[in-house]
Design a protein around this ligand. Sequence first.
Ligand code: PRP
Ligand code: URA
Length: 212
Amino acid sequence: MRIHVADHPLITQKLTVLRDERTDSPTFRRLVDELVTLLAYEATRGIRVTEVEVTTPVAKTKGVALSDPKPLVVPILRAGLGMLDGMIRMLPTAEIGFLGMVRNEETLEATTYADRLPHDLQGRQVYVLDPMLATGGSLEAAIELLLARGATDVTALCLIAAPEGLKRLQDTFGSRIDVAVMCAGLDEKLNEKGYIVPGLGDAGDRLYGSAE
Ligand code: PRP
Ligand code: URA
């Protein structure tokens, strides 16, 4: 499994404002959108393309088009939805599948409550969106499901990861070179409630308000 932590001052600056407890929801949503666009640049480095010919006003030359089947983008509801627009701005022809997952805040175990993905993902390249990688339970379950359906190349884009969550994914997918995690920041630890420290709090609530 490949892990990449972004190292860019613009990403760190936007993440800093995102973390700030005074940042309101409209600003939070805009920053998430901007951050995923920046992350997508690196996360799609291995996207499959096919050579095509293009005629400019001056000459014919070679270029590339995205290969078929087109990549599948999978936001994990709720918070992953905040990353969808930014991602498909970069990949407008991608297909989109939805996974609804929620973490039990007592046991910290993730359960899946919605699955609107193509059943057969044989050979598909998939980009999973979830801003927070805490215990890793949600992302582990999501990636297992995608691989079980035949996906052969899965990249997760996260805004903030905890070392505990990355270790869990490494333990599960360590031998797979076609699984990757890209994150904008790697934080210190989880607290006793399973929240990332320093983190940014509850990403879903900060994007959309409380679901309780
Ligand atoms: C949050 C977050 C991740 C998950 C991470 O979702 O968006 O999906 O927790 O935690 P984990 O790594 O310990 O599994 P939450 O369950 O709060 O649902 P929401 O997006 O609907 O708010
Ligand atoms: N989910 C969040 O939204 N934030 C955390 O810190 C951990 C899980």
